[in-house]
Design a protein around this ligand. Structure first.
Ligand code: F6P
Length: 541
């Protein structure tokens, strides 16, 4: 049976027709008269996170209907298959076991390997952090340069930045991902070859950007007097492809293992998180894993209607597939979580941005929404205008942290006030009568410009504090949301064939850009041929 012919889908479609024009203002007015109030009926918690979804365009019938859809599409079975280590990535014939990386269950799949690698990481991180591991001149390490891209960059960068208040202030972390040399150059200008450790992270160890940056960094060390023998003091590798790491020149003892059953975008819990551990230390890294493991337990055990990843995933389906929302905004009211939206872009869009169903048929419904965002309050002064008054519906995840991680007074109340006020304003809007009063009798022309339609939905995710535990739980929440949605859309959330074609053509174009002879006019389309010719001419070729 196809998704759209399921009785659960049709029931939702019928319900959508009834509720599509209902205003949140009215839902609150009615719901707050009842006991328990609307907010109590539509707030759940799990793994230490609060999840207020009362400002969504749902009534008491909506969630049960969405849960029926989750059941009809086998969300529970897919979840259990993933945790059991079954092949849930069929195109690559792989199990998907990032959850095993944070499990403390000795019977979890690959428990021994995971534990051994974590111990190896911790021993190494302690040596670097306490100065036992030094650079080639005997000085302690002060700069950690993580070189990787996609999942080998975004997760470690996002977490290291978010947990800066747990970092060892003696160690400064840098992340280089872009093949644009400007990225590495910016870092080279800040580091010292005597006190820098490079962590080269690549599951495949063949990724063009990462290998180019890694080679340039090695040349930089060499040009600063570091001999080949001494390079070992300054390079470690993280990969599932030890042979390639060794070929690059990193000793096998300095290779940290990941496995093919960990997808890049789900890998920060593995040795891919070595830069995180170097920054915050093994104990806090363990706490990060423990927070994620707590969310894993919640996902497996909580009833579906009180299950954060399930409810979050279903709300996404509600807007994407019924309201036709094209995007989902993530607004962490936390500067520390600056890189969360870009991390989630890969997590959600690389996972569920697919058109082929598991059996190879093409979907006749939209899949992954465009994920985007910026920390509040910055976004308010940039794009929130459109969310308030544009004709496009954009659901929002507000993320609020109740306590500040810094000592500055007079900031945090303002930050939280903005977060809560935005969700209230987006929900309520401003009516024509209210606008008329504000415009006054002299300016009726202003009225349409200062009316706010409201009825703009949002979730508010509440963290008591920004700690390794709460961040771990938050990341795992989004990971499992992806599984819930991917299951309903019936796509493989764990492969990424879509990035292949660009990579293949990139190699062809690079060869044409750098070849001695100009490229034949018939090899590419006329636009690509002209762009290559322009770049060749500028480079004097
Ligand atoms: O962009 C495709 C991709 O394969 C991502 O899935 C992955 O996170 C990234 O490239 C980096 O890959 P690797 O870790 O193998 O260098």
């Amino acid at each position: 049976m196809t998704l759209k012919s399921l009785p659960a889908w049709n029931a939702l479609e019928a319900h959508f027709q009834q509720i599509r024009n209902t205003h949140l203002r009215d839902l609150f007015a009615a719901g707050d008269k009842e006991s328990p109030k609307r907010v109590e009926r539509f707030t759940i918690s799990g793994a230490g996170l609060g999840f207020d979804f009362s400002k969504h365009r749902i009534d008491d019938k909506t969630l049960p209907l969405l849960i029926d859809l989750a059941r009809a599409t086998g969300v529970e079975a897919r979840r259990d298959a993933m945790f059991a280590g079954e092949i849930v990535n069929p195109t690559e014939q792989r199990a998907v076991l990032h959850v095993a990386l944070r499990s403390h269950d000795v019977n979890a799949p690959f428990a021994k390997e995971v534990q051994a690698e974590r111990v190896k990481m911790a021993v190494f991180a302690d040596k670097v952090r306490n100065g036992t591991w030094t650079g080639h001149t005997g000085k302690p390490i002060r700069h950690i340069v993580n070189i990787g891209i996609g999942g080998s960059d975004l997760g470690p960068k996002m977490v290291t930045h978010a947990l800066h208040h747990f970092a060892d202030p003696k160690l400064k972390s840098y992340f280089v991902s872009n093949v644009d040399g400007a990225d590495l150059q910016r870092v080279l200008e800040q580091i010292d070859p005597e006190t820098t450790l490079a962590v080269i992270v690549s599951k495949t160890f063949t990724t063009q950007e990462t290998m180019t940056n890694a080679r340039s960094l090695r040349e930089w060390f060499a040009s600063n007097g570091v001999s080949e023998a001494n390079m070992a003091k300054h390079f470690v590798g993280v990969s599932a492809n030890t042979a390639e790491v060794v070929k690059f020149g990193i000793a096998e003892a300095n290779v940290f293992q990941m496995w093919d059953w960990v997808g890049g975008r789900y890998s920060l819990w593995s040795a891919v998180g070595l830069s995180i551990m170097l920054s915050i230390g093994p104990k806090h890294f363990d706490d990060l894993l423990a927070g994620a493991e707590r969310m894993d337990r919640h996902f497996r055990e909580a009833p579906l209607e009180r299950n954060l990843p399930v409810v979050m995933g279903l709300l996404g389906i509600w807007y994407r597939n019924f309201f036709g929302a094209q995007s989902q905004l993530v607004a962490p009211y936390s500067e520390a979580m600056h890189f969360l939206p870009s991390y989630l872009q890969q997590l959600e869009m690389e996972s569920n941005g697919k058109s082929a169903e598991l059996d190879g048929t093409m979907v006749d419904y939209p899949t992954a929404a465009v994920i985007w965002g910026e920390p509040g309050t910055n976004g308010q002064h940039a794009f929130f205008q459109m969310i308030h008054q544009g004709p496009t519906l954009i659901p929002i995840d507000f993320i609020a942290v109740l306590t500040a991680e810094h000592p500055l007074p007079n900031h945090h109340d303002k930050l939280l006030a903005n977060c809560f006020a935005q969700s209230e304003a987006l929900m309520l809007g401003r009516t024509v009568e209210e606008a008329r009063k504000i415009a006054g009798p002299d300016r009726p022309d202003l009225v349409p410009h200062i009316v706010f339609p409201g009825n703009r939905p949002s979730t508010t995710i509440v963290l008591d504090e920004l700690s390794p535990q709460s961040l771990g739980a938050l990341i795992a929440l989004y990971e499992h949301k992806v599984l819930v949605q991917g299951t309903i859309w019936n796509v493989n959330s764990f492969d990424q064939w879509g990035v292949e074609l660009g990579k293949i053509l990139g190699k062809v174009v690079e060869a044409d850009l750098t070849a001695d002879q100009p490229v034949a006019a018939t090899k590419h389309d006329s636009s690509t041929t002209a762009l290559i010719a322009k770049a060749r001419a500028k480079a004097g070729r």
